[in-house]
Write a protein that binds this ligand. Structure first.
Ligand SMILES: Nc1ncnc2c1ncn2[C@@H]1O[C@H](COP(=O)(O)OP(=O)(O)OP(=O)(O)O)[C@@H](O)[C@H]1O
Ligand SMILES: [Mg+2]
Length: 485
């Protein structure tokens, strides 16, 4: 079924209105009709009984006088006509055989026998007889007969009848009025349904307007009002709109990050490529001294290394950030891992003239051994790089509640306060290290943070009061070792 809520409401209302009006009128009309018939029957019966009693007394008199029973038919007829003209009923007097002796309705029926009529037959046996029949004219007529008694014997019957013409007229009049009432009722229903429909559908239409506007503007919300169901719908709509807005913001943010990443990568690629190209171009000239040749070739080699490292770092970062719970987990002894990382960096550190020491103990953690080793290596690499000759880098292991803590502290210049918030971003390098030709792309700390958060840990960078930077990594300790000290 299609159509608007308003038309459906209207149809339902009209149906209910017409059905109930029709049903109620039918019920009351039949009640009224039955009541009218009962009243008429009582009246006719009273008339029949009263005249039967009077006639009975009359017969008694004439029989007790010793004479034959003489019915003064003419007088009785006219007397009856007088009475019945006021009561609109017809009264007849019958003898013991059911033959008409007197009739208020005229002389036509005098002498004819009504013995065959059931109500007469009943009256002549002494009972009360009544019947409802249709007359030849199609009207409903009520017939009532009462026995006339003299002493113990039944000497005849009085017979009262009336057509129910007046009741039917009344009822048909009433029916016409009823039709009018139903019409008025239907009209009122129409107006009411229309108003109710408007009132009900207004918030729905507002919701529709809101939904259409949402497509263009994700910040559109609707005010929950109207019936409860519509309010619930509006609230659901608003939640949906929130979701859409949030995910579109996220999408936008992601888009921005991606494009920045791409431009960062291409920027990082350009620098070594320019250097390689410059060196190669110079080498192509004829008059290159042996010394220069060696210098340019080594530039090409180191810049190619830098490109290769950049590629592998990006790949690492991509793998870590793309991985979802795929790390090969095992019990990792942090002291051991730190020692291996430091030992591997020993040559670089001594070349930079920096001493590296490992102190303390930390509870074991559950994690990827190689990745955690990479965390320590990246941090120690930074520390030795940003510390001047003769400096000291300290790797300190400890426990903090149920966390294993690794601190890498150096005696360098520290990290400029302004750089701290963005330090762990991809390609982020402070101005100072940017100026240096040596050094990486600024991916080291991004990789470190990705690994640490992948292990459910945290990393913080700070400056020591005594000078130099300190980077603190916290990893959740293995459960069974958390309490053992
Ligand atoms: N111990 C430190 N002392 C001072 N500055 C530091 C220290 N560690 C990191 N930084 C600063 O943070 C920046 C980012 O470090 P990150 O390790 O991400 O990059 P990078 O070392 O420059 O290059 P990469 O690690 O990719 O070779 C560095 O460029 C440097 O400016
Ligand atoms: Mg680094």
């Amino acid at each position: 079924m299609r159509g608007s809520i308003r038309t459906r409401l209207l149809a339902a209302f009209l149906m209910v209105a017409v059905l109930s009006a029709a049903g109620l009128s039918y019920y009351f009309l039949t009640q009224i009709e039955a009541y009218g018939l009962r009243n008429l029957e009582t009246r006719l019966y009273t008339e029949a009984r009263v005249s039967a009693a009077l006639l009975g007394a009359m017969y008694e008199k004439s029989s007790s006088a010793g004479g034959e029973i003489v019915i003064p038919a003419k007088e009785i007829s006219s007397a009856l006509a007088d009475v019945s003209s006021e009561t609109s009923s017809r009264l007849r007097v019958l003898d013991a055989k059911g033959v008409v002796l007197a009739d208020s309705g005229g002389a036509d029926s005098l002498g004819s026998s009504y013995a065959a009529r059931p109500e007469i037959a009943k009256a002549l046996t002494g009972a009360y007889g009544a019947d409802t029949r249709r007359t030849e004219l199609g009207r409903v007529a009520l017939y009532v007969a009462a026995p006339i008694r003299t002493g113990g014997t039944i000497v005849g019957a009085t017979y009262a009848s009336s057509t129910t013409f007046s009741i039917l007229t009344l009822l048909s009049d009433y029916r016409r009025q009823l039709g009018l009432a139903v019409l008025v009722f239907a009209l009122a229903t129409f107006v009411l349904a229309e108003m109710l429909g408007r009132w009900l559908t207004r918030p729905l239409r507002e919701l529709e307007v809101g939904a259409s506007a949402l497509a263009a503007d994700h910040s559109v919300r609707v005010t929950p009002e109207g019936p409860r169901e519509v309010r619930a719908l509006a609230e659901a709509f608003n939640r949906l709109a929130d979701d859409i807005e949030n995910s579109s913001i996220e999408l936008h943010e992601e888009e921005r990050r991606k494009s920045r990443f791409v431009s960062d990568v291409s920027h990082e690629l350009r620098t070594p490529l320019t250097a390689i190209r410059g060196a190669a171009e110079t080498l192509m000239a004829d008059d290159v001294s042996i010394d220069d040749r060696a210098r340019f070739l080594s530039t090409i080699v180191s810049e190619s290394d830098r490109l290769a490292r950049l590629a592998s770092d990006l790949l690492t970062l991509q793998r870590i950030e793309g991985a979802t719970g795929e790390l090969p987990l095992s019990r990792v002894d942090l002291r051991q891992v730190a020692a291996i990382a430091v030992e591997a960096l020993e040559p670089v550190a001594s070349e930079r003239g920096v001493t590296v020491e490992v102190h303390g103990e930390a509870p074991a953690v559950l994690g990827d051994r190689d990745r955690i080793q990479q965390v320590v290596a990246n941090l120690v690499d930074n520390a030795t790089r940003f510390t001047p000759k003769g400096g000291l880098v300290t790797v300190t292991l400890s426990r903090d509640d149920d966390h294993a803590v690794i601190e890498i502290a150096d005696t360098g210049a520290g990290i400029p306060e302004g750089d701290l918030p963005r330090l762990f971003d991809r390609f982020y390098r402070s101005e100072l290290s940017r100026a240096r030709t040596s050094g990486g792309a600024g991916l080291g700390l991004a990789i470190v943070r990705a690994i640490v958060t992948g292990h459910g840990g945290t990393i913080e960078a700070a400056n020591r009061v005594s000078g130099g930077a300190v980077l603190t990594v916290r990893l959740p300790a293995l459960k069974d070792e958390a309490g053992g000290r």
